[in-house]
Design a binder for this molecule. Structure first.
Ligand code: NAD
Ligand code: IPM
Ligand code: MN
Length: 367
């Protein structure tokens, strides 16, 4: 695809999402990416005033585009979501579903690629591949236990004491289809990118039966990749070792919630959420976004770190075959980080630069 004009849907979203997108977009032209950008609507404002955080015109834009870039969106619990909806929209029985979850599920973007790199040197470099469609975030989540499930759930002593209506539950869905797809993706990603080890972060010592299915599929897929070492570790230990021994990891595959948590731990090891990027990949589409959210406490202060957004653009470029431009962006970000000038880094990295000053520093480093 490299070399041809590619249409990119840009969905800035809420809070610092919009701020970092505005600061980061000029890097696209600075490195000569042949992308046509089209800005679209997503987020909390559209929920409040239109009753959906992803209006139909945005789905249309996403469909017409080769790839999508998202800033960040705000999600609030059901009660707040209902309360902030315009009065005229309240009767429709609308339910707020996070737009990022909608994008992942509706476009079947089953793999969430979250690289963790040592941006100050070369001590570690691994990728968390988070399953994006099932696991504990499958959406099978009940405020009270459905009657059909009570005969088994009600045998737990705490549930029996609380009663069906005062017991909530979520299901960790692990399917052969979903597991095989993500594990295959993990091994094939490792093979293509020169990683020698695939670690599956699970909890086989406690979730004994569901982990057994995971293990069977992991072993089966792993046999096709004899050159890659496969291992299954307890997720809690993986969390510890990401902090203490990050250099031991290559590809880490994890179910949805475990991957959500491990990728934030990885972000911490890199230096914070202001540096962490992600790509949501399926068999057809893609969308890319920083790992961070809309950070309400930072909004308006021009203190949000734009580097995660800039590095996300590089990840998107690399994925779509623009390897040189991706390398130029990555090298420029590394240069700014290593120079460690207070007027070029935002406060989360110890400096006092504004969002736009930090982005300008990277654009300057490109030139
Ligand atoms: P968050 O990522 O917004 O913030 C977590 C912490 O990291 C805060 O201390 C914040 O100040 C800091 N931080 C995040 N990004 C930063 C940046 N670029 N520069 C400097 N510091 C940064 O997570 P949260 O507080 O759990 O969630 C806030 C809102 O964002 C919620 O509505 C949540 O649902 C949403 N959210 C959205 C996404 C997404 O759109 N992909 C991801 C996570 C959270
Ligand atoms: C992330 C976020 C989202 C998730 C939320 C905002 C729905 O935390 O992208 O990591 O849990 O997937
Ligand atoms: Mn998260």
């Amino acid at each position: 695809m490299a070399g041809r004009k590619m249409r990119i849907a840009v969905l800035p979203g809420d809070g610092i999402g919009a701020e970092v997108v505005e600061a980061a977009l000029p890097i696209i032209e600075a490195v000569g990416l042949p992308w046509t950008l089209e800005i679209g609507d997503i987020g909390w404002e559209f929920w409040k005033h239109e009753g959906t955080p992803v209006p139909p015109r945005t789905w249309d834009l996403i469909t017409r585009s080769a790839a999508t870039l998202v800033g960040a969106v705000t999600s609030k619990p059901p009660r707040e979501a209902r309360a902030e909806l315009d009065v005229g929209l309240r009767s429709g029985g609308r339910i707020y579903v996070s737009p990022v979850i909608q994008l992942r599920q509706r476009l079947a973007l089953f793999a969430n690629l979250r690289p963790v790199a040592d941006l100050r040197g070369d001590r570690f470099g691994f990728v968390v591949i988070r399953e994006n469609t099932e696991g504990l975030y499958s959406g099978i989540d009940y405020r009270e236990v459905p009657e059909a499930l009570w005969p088994s759930v009600g045998t737990h002593p705490n549930a029996a004491r609380s009663g069906r209506e005062h017991t909530a539950m979520s299901i960790r869905l692990q399917t052969e289809f979903g597991l095989r797809r993500i594990i295959e993706f993990g091994f094939s990603f490792a093979a293509r990118h020169g990683f020698h080890r695939v670690t599956l972060a699970d909890k086989p010592n406690v979730l004994r039966n569901s982990s057994e299915l995971v293990r069977e599929i992991f072993d089966d897929v792993g046999r096709k990749y004899p050159q890659i070492e496969g291992e299954i570790l307890n997720v809690d230990a993986v969390g510890l070792w990401i902090v203490t021994r990050p250099e031991r990891f290559g590809v880490i595959v994890a179910e949805n919630m475990f991957g959500d948590i491990l990728s934030d731990v990885g972000a911490g090891v890199m230096g914070g959420l202001g540096l962490a990027t992600s790509g949501n990949i399926g068999s057809v589409g893609t969308y890319f976004e920083p790992v961070h959210g809309s950070a309400p406490a930072l909004v308006g202060a021009q203190r949000a770190n734009p580097l995660a957004m800039i590095l996300t653009i590089a990840q998107m470029a690399a994925h779509h075959g623009f390897t040189t431009q991706a390398q130029v962006i990555n090298a420029a970000v590394r240069r700014v980080i290593v120079l460690n000038r207070a007027d070029e880094l935002t406060p989360d990295l110890g400096g006092h630069a504004t969002t736009s000053a930090a982005a300008h520093a990277v654009i300057g480093a490109v030139k």
